[in-house]
Design a protein around this ligand. Structure first.
Ligand SMILES: *[C@@H]1O[C@H](CO)[C@@H](O)[C@H](O)[C@H]1NC(C)=O
Length: 284
């Protein structure tokens, strides 16, 4: 990708042409002409004709049977979705949104890291700790040996959104870059990078690894196309592509309804395993 191409653009055409589908069925239909001869004699149903058609019938039934069976097996092998209490509560709120991909058109998450931009990131990447039921945990395929809130604080299973964890990872990569130029805006990050350089490095790689798997798991089937633009030599990529999107704000709202009070998780990383806890021998 030649990055230099995107340097001198002040205005871009973002509207999309909708082309008429010019397909036309007329002319494909021709009236049948010519005489149709009538049978003059009734067909004779002798034994070999009957056997012939019975054999055809059996073959068709066998083929249909095999088709239905293989179809059922395919459905068993590839479940299209995993149960989620979020999806059950919020439903499918998908709608078409056009990604904003124009160079020099800032988004609320665009650096430099002003207070406003930092707040925008915090809104989408702050991970609340949620309280899920045993039924929700086991229906999702998670272990019932997972960590629970202590009974004296209300109990329930500890969970966080994978979606927000991924946004947190993207935020971390963004911070890692912005921190180089504006370290004064990231005092906590400065401290943890100096105190635990190895962990910071591994966290960075963990985040790249998580986002890589997320993107490869559902590879975007859309396509980038190019346009001719006045004042620009050569084709120019149009990244403003329509996508089917879920409602991220609805996820955040549902999270609020399941988030535990700050007091409950005040000392979360100091919690100790109860006496009857099942303890793993290796980090998962
Ligand atoms: C978790 O939710 C249950 C209701 O499902 C409630 O009884 C319990 O107090 C909650 N636990 C916490 C830590 O808020």
């Amino acid at each position: 990708m030649e990055l230099g191409k995107y340097m001198k653009v002040s205005k871009l055409e973002t509207g999309r042409d909708s082309e008429e589908d010019g397909s036309d069925l007329e002319g494909l239909l021709h009236p049948q002409d010519g005489a149709v001869s009538r049978p003059t004699k009734a067909r004779r149903w002798n034994l070999s004709t009957v056997l012939h058609w019975i054999a055809h019938g059996i073959t068709i039934i066998l083929i249909l049977g095999l088709y239905v069976r293989s179809d059922r097996q395919t459905q068993k092998r590839t479940p299209l979705s995993i149960y989620s209490p979020l999806v059950e509560a919020v439903g499918d709120a998908s709608r078409i949104e056009t990604f904003k991909g124009t160079f020099w058109e800032n988004s609320p998450y665009h650096g430099p890291p002003t207070d406003e931009v930092m707040a925008a990131w915090k809104h989408i990447a702050h991970i609340p700790l949620l309280n899920l039921t045993a039924e929700e945990i086991s229906r999702m395929g998670h272990s019932l040996d997972s960590v629970q809130y202590p009974p004296e604080r209300g109990g329930g299973y500890v969970a966080q959104f994978e979606a927000i964890h991924q946004l947190h990872c993207l935020h971390s990569l963004w911070q890692d870059h912005q921190y180089q130029k504006h370290p004064e805006m990231f005092p906590d990050l400065t401290e943890s990078i100096h105190a635990f350089p190895d962990v910071s490095e591994e966290h960075y790689e963990h985040c790249v690894n998580m986002l890589r798997q997320r993107l490869m798991c559902t590879p975007d089937p859309n396509f980038v196309t190019w346009r001719w633009v006045e004042g620009i030599t050569g084709p120019y990529a149009d990244f403003n592509i329509p996508h089917v999107c879920q409602d991220y704000e609805a996820l955040l709202e549902w999270g609020q309804s399941r988030a535990v009070d700050a007091e409950v998780i005040r000392d979360f990383y100091s919690l100790v395993a109860p006496a009857d806890a099942v303890v793993l021998s290796h980090a998962p």
